[in-house]
Design a protein around this ligand. Structure first.
Ligand code: PBG
Length: 333
């Protein structure tokens, strides 16, 4: 687009910045409550709310409290929550079978939310790390993260979540071939309307640190995730991954982390026009919140500016731990 522009003084950009009314009329992108997906950490117990030290304002919640949170989200107009389990250490094994246990924490939480607040969409996480003794997203043998064997496990996990009533499955594991395998298994099992939001372009990032604390994977992780998550130096590869996942049956795609990868969001949206999401990850949340708590930045303004940036970059929605705060501000509650 090449705008036709007269020279100064015919053109004065400040004319449309003069008042709040004119600024609102000229605004190109807006954030709405309907753009937000709220990630929640679920743990065992009743009435438990256990703060996550590296994410001030975020807590691991027992299922009864998760249901309250889902009700709060629905009342605010937030369309979806996304569940991440903190699995008891005794259930973390090398073979990860707890991941597809129909009665595991995540699946019980899905059922509880869908029973109490059926209108809210429940998104899940598909990866083995919360169940894996070594903290990896896939099965490990002799120090190698196995692809095809992991995909089989992930498909079992996907089916158990669909069975529990999940609306959106979120494979965050970055194994190759998982989307096609899941889509085929879902169709075969009659779960034809379960959506897949693929973490297509997920980078091996330092910004996941606080999340790994929250799900109890930090101390366990042996090595790093660079053999399956993307190299932060790559951009064209993200487009190839998104193309692949859409071709295999993903309904929605994600770029993760968020703010450091807005260029990827824009390119993905422009290239495919598919429903595109970004994950404002735990480290991004911690940076904004940590600086705000010290009085170094205005937390509310920085939060809203960062969320608007995703809309400007072409995203249709954002996974963000700020979801309820942002929703309250947007609705002026
Ligand atoms: C793991 C997973 C991670 C996140 C979501 N799913 C961490 C990782 O890949 O190590 C990160 C989310 C966040 O940092 O907020 N399957």
């Amino acid at each position: 687009m090449t705008p036709v522009q007269p020279p100064f003084p015919a053109l004065r950009f400040r004319r449309l910045r003069r008042s709040a009314a004119l600024r609102a009329l000229a605004q190109e992108h807006v954030l709405g409550v309907g753009d937000l997906i709220w990630p929640l950490f679920v743990r065992d117990g009743v009435g438990v709310e256990e703060p996550v030290a590296s994410m001030p304002g975020v807590a691991r919640l027992s299922i009864d409290k998760i249901v309250r949170a889902a009700e709060e989200a629905a009342a605010l107009g937030i369309p979806a929550v996304c569940l991440f389990p903190y699995t008891d250490p005794s259930l973390r094994t090398e073979t990860c079978e707890e991941a597809w246990n129909p009665e595991n924490l995540a699946n019980r939480a899905i059922r509880a939310i869908k029973a109490a607040v059926p209108e809210i969409a429940v998104m899940t996480d598909i990866a083995l790390d919360p169940y894996n003794a070594n903290g990896h997203d896939g099965l490990v043998r002799d120090g190698v993260i196995l692809n095809d064997e992991s995909v089989e496990a992930l498909v079992r996990m996907a089916l158990a979540q669909a069975e529990a009533g999940a609306d959106i499955l979120g494979p965050s594991d970055m194994m190759d071939g998982r989307i096609g395998a899941m889509r085929q298994a879902l169709e075969a099992a009659g779960h034809k309307d379960v959506a897949i939001l693929s973490y297509s372009a997920k980078y091996a990032s330092a910004f996941y640190g606080p999340f790994r604390d929250a799900v109890g994977a930090s101390g366990r992780l042996v090595g790093d995730k660079k053999t399956y998550q993307m190299n932060p130096g790559n951009a064209d590869e993200a487009l190839r991954l998104v193309a692949r996942d859409l071709a295999e049956g993903a309904d929605m795609v994600m770029v993760k982390p968020g703010l450091p990868y807005l260029d990827i969001c824009r390119r993905v949206k422009d290239a495919f026009g598919a429903p595109t999401y970004a994950y404002q990850v735990s480290g991004e949340y911690a940076m904004i919140r940590g600086a705000a708590d010290r009085g170094w930045i205005d937390g509310e303004k920085a939060m809203m500016e960062s969320l608007l940036a995703f809309k400007r970059a072409g995203c249709d929605g954002i996974l963000t731990y700020f979801a309820p705060q942002a929703a309250r501000l947007l609705r002026q509650l």
